[in-house]
Write a protein that binds this ligand. Sequence first.
Ligand code: 5AD
Ligand code: SF4
Length: 374
Amino acid sequence: MKYFIVTYGCQMNVHESEKIAGILENLGYECANEREEADIIVFNTCAIREGAEDRVFGNVGNLKKQKKKNKDLIVAVCGCMTQKSQTAQRLLNTFPFVDIVIGTFNLPKLGYYIEAVKKGRQLEILEEGDIDESLPYKRTSGENAWVNIMQGCNNFCTYCIVPYVRGREKSRKPENILQEIRDTLASGKYNKITLLGQNVNSYGKDIEGGMNFAQLLREICKIEGDFTVSFMTSHPKDLTDDVIDAIADEDKVEKYIHLPAQSGNNRVLKLMNRSYSREKYLEIIRKIREKIPNCRITSDFIVGFPTETEEEFKDTLSLVEEVKYDSIFAFMYSPREGTVASKMDGQLDDKTKHDRVNRLLNLEKRLQKEEGKK
Ligand code: 5AD
Ligand code: SF4
């Protein structure tokens, strides 16, 4: 029996697919090289933008033929998209051949659901749950080992679906994280640890008397061995001096920070509920450059947020010019049902969003070229 996993979205999902692979291998499945040879196909989905959801609908739809040929093929859809019950229902209604729709919290029971489906039931399970420490992994990212340190997000940036589909912040216990890293390094197969969380800098706030993120970083660096540590993603409001100091001091920590600014304009930042100003953001960048002179810095930007004017967009351009990032990711604002921004007046048209994203990416290309010449 073979499995095939299709992963969309961020590194969290890449890592979660490693857990799905681990669960399936424990059940006796082997990894298929191609979708066509699989007995079970799992779509691990992303809901961050509409485009990501459209791709899932397209690709799940394409399975109709394969399912006709092989009636025993099991099709499962999980991840952020399915955590929204409306989308889960739409998936089941549009594609009756989908057997299992499970939310982000229900992976531990995947084996049980597969058995139920073999007995002839279509399942939709969307309950909230805790981080399951006992899930096996099958690491698939070469010498890099992803290590999840927390799940969820409390920030409710007004454009973002994550707090709705991943729930509130829940940190893993430091001893479990440290043990996982020790075991991973002891296998001798990995020399890079990447810590994952939607907002790693608020690590530990939900554990009484626990460690904060800077302390966790320092504890990880005490583990013996030849390895490096990096992490993502950082929220500017929580990137405190002690974290910057830990990155600067600890040789094992990679000198790299992904620090999404999202916009360079204060009115837009406020509407986004980002809790920092352009000035505060630049102050953090200044500190990083001062304490970690060789630090690579990257960022995410959203253009075409509701009511964003041409002048306000130009503030984003000027921020990018000023910071001189190593690279940036630029996204057109995509309204997500249930979020505050999706209900705001002043939604912009696609043409304006396309135009702005192209101008931002062109600026980025020009800056990269100039940097390259230097
Ligand atoms: N529309 C466009 N981009 C978004 N992001 C998050 N939500 C949206 C949305 N609704 C972007 C942010 C975030 C990155 C992972 O995705 O820039 O940092
Ligand atoms: Fe979304 Fe904001 Fe949380 Fe990041 S910090 S996951 S953008 S709500």
